[in-house]
Ligand binder design. Structure first.
Ligand code: ZN
Length: 161
């Protein structure tokens, strides 16, 4: 499925719906009623048009979370980043499909919709945007003894029947 079709078919509440000031061109996410840059100009009123952010951007800051918020325990360590979208607004979100070692300032990413967290056993599942790399990444550096290839084992309790 193409990116455009993916975004078009995603329900509105999952889209990165922002707005753009038609006077100065500034893009806001989430959308707002008045452009603060143009607020002193009468002609800016009613000049904000809705747009969808492409979801493309790059990491401008990030942190590796080892002490998770409630509901995110299964995901540690995970990377939380500030992403500057190509349209301008900066979004905070989790970076997925990478190891923390692979994330760097300037990494090109793209928003993707994923399960954010689950409340309780039969709980509500929250979905929202996360960011996945939008460029080829070098292989993560191996940890531990460099000459030995670690045997891949499932952690205790996760063996498949
Ligand atoms: Zn403006």
């Amino acid at each position: 499925m193409s990116i455009a079709r993916f975004w078009r078919e995603t329900p509105q509440r999952y889209n990165l719906g922002g707005c753009r000031c038609t006077r100065c061109g500034t893009v806001y996410f989430p959308p707002r009623a008045v452009c603060p840059t143009c607020a002193q100009h009468r002609e800016s009123l009613g000049r904000l048009e809705p747009i969808l952010l492409s979801g493309a951007g790059e990491v401008v800051s990030f942190t590796v979370v080892h002490d998770p918020a409630e509901g995110f325990e299964m995901q540690v360590p995970y990377v939380l980043a500030i992403v500057r979208t190509v349209e301008g607004p900066q979004l905070t979100g989790q970076v997925v499909d990478v190891t923390p070692e692979q994330v760097r300032i300037g990494l090109k990413v793209r928003a993707t919709f994923r399960k954010l967290r689950e409340e309780g056993r039969a709980g509500v599942i929250h979905y929202g945007y996360k960011f996945a790399p939008d460029e080829d990444l070098p292989a993560p550096r191996a940890r531990g003894a460099p000459t030995e290839i670690a045997e891949v084992r499932a952690p205790p309790g996760t063996a498949r029947a």
